[in-house]
Design a protein around this ligand. Structure first.
Ligand code: SF4
Length: 53
């Protein structure tokens, strides 16, 4: 497994890039607005596009 992304905390434990329910080991991540576009009002309206089960 590659090194964790510095400064990225992620609790999505079932993602194949997740380590220990806290770290992301992807080489980079892409984050998007849930419904498309480029304007979110709250953090819960954003999501990690890099996720893989
Ligand atoms: S790719 Fe996204 S969902 Fe997966 S561990 Fe990294 S930040 Fe979390």
């Amino acid at each position: 497994m590659s090194h964790a992304l510095q400064g990225v905390k992620c609790t999505v434990k079932n993602c194949k890039f997740n380590d220990n329910g806290t770290l992301c080991t992807a080489s980079a991540i892409e984050v998007n607005v849930d419904d498309g576009g480029n304007s979110a009002r709250q953090s819960r309206e954003t999501n990690c596009r890099t996720f893989q089960a």
